[in-house]
Design a protein around this ligand. Structure first.
Ligand SMILES: CC(C)(COP(=O)(O)OP(=O)(O)OC[C@H]1O[C@@H](n2cnc3c(N)ncnc32)[C@H](O)[C@@H]1O)[C@@H](O)C(=O)NCCC(=O)NCCS
Ligand SMILES: Nc1ncnc2c1ncn2[C@@H]1O[C@H](COP(=O)(O)OP(=O)(O)OP(=O)(O)O)[C@@H](O)[C@H]1O
Length: 193
């Protein structure tokens, strides 16, 4: 993407991507969040609104989540509406960003092949027991429901193997800053910042 460096941030559900990107945003970095773009698509006037409503007979994300997290063909249908939209918004954002470094926060970065937009990638990971605990707590899910949502994504160990950098978020929040700074330093070293 020309003189810009694009870094994709991924991980599992509730692995701490937003916690990492909040740090980056606070420190002035340009971050695009795929979940936020998806949420905008559910707003009246977006290019996807009518198609989602016609297809699912509701525009309520919670109701649609209940459907698609238990039905692979409905999930694929929803993804076929939303992923091209998210890709386009991200591509436009990269093109028009005034920053030299752009971060993309995409839970399904490798599953969707959005990593083709990226020069480098970061996987935020943790052990599955902690992931389940944090997901249950944050989204008020049962253990079974949390496990089901984790199992819908590429295993974290696979994402870790595909990523340029990894961030271990099994520990305390204070342990994140050092790992993020090390990655930024490495990106800097390449002269890409
Ligand atoms: C299923 C929907 C309605 C649930 O909305 P809701 O507001 O309850 O959850 P939210 O959007 O915040 O997603 C929370 C997390 O669920 C996971 N998730 C979302 N969609 C998917 C999916 N299709 N497959 C696997 N995991 C998913 C991600 O880790 C995401 O961070 C919504 O996520 C959606 O429309 N998903 C399809 C688009 C998609 O694939 N998004 C993922 C990033 S591109
Ligand atoms: N090191 C940590 N210690 C304790 N709790 C944490 C830590 N990191 C993140 N959390 C909490 O875990 C939950 C998941 O983190 P976060 O929302 O950043 O994950 P995410 O990867 O962005 O999730 P999603 O894919 O669902 O958007 C949040 O409630 C967050 O406050």
């Amino acid at each position: 993407m020309g003189s810009k460096t694009v870094i994709g941030i991924t991980g599992g559900i509730a692995s701490g991507k937003s916690t990492v990107t909040n740090y980056l945003i606070t420190h002035g970095y340009d971050v695009v969040d795929a979940d936020q773009i998806v949420h905008q698509a559910y707003e009246e006037g977006s290019g996807c609104y009518k198609l989602i409503q016609d297809t699912f007979h509701t525009i309520n994300r919670h109701e649609i989540g209940q459907l698609v997290f238990h039905d692979a063909s409905k999930r694929q249908l929803l993804e076929s509406i939303l992923h091209p939209y998210v890709y386009q918004v991200m591509e436009d954002h990269i093109k028009h960003s005034r920053h030299h470094l752009v971060f993309l926060d995409v839970p399904l970065l490798f599953e969707t092949h959005f990593d083709q937009l990226c020069d480098k990638t970061i996987c935020v990971y943790l052990d599955e027991d902690r992931q389940i605990e944090r997901l249950m707590k944050r989204d008020h899910l049962s253990r079974d429901e949390a496990k089901n949502r984790i199992d819908l994504q590429m295993p974290l160990v696979q994402k870790k193997a595909l990523a340029t950098y990894t961030i271990d978020n099994s520990g305390y929040l204070e342990d994140l800053e050092g790992q993020i700074l090390k990655i930024l330093e490495d990106v800097n070293k390449d002269g890409t910042l």
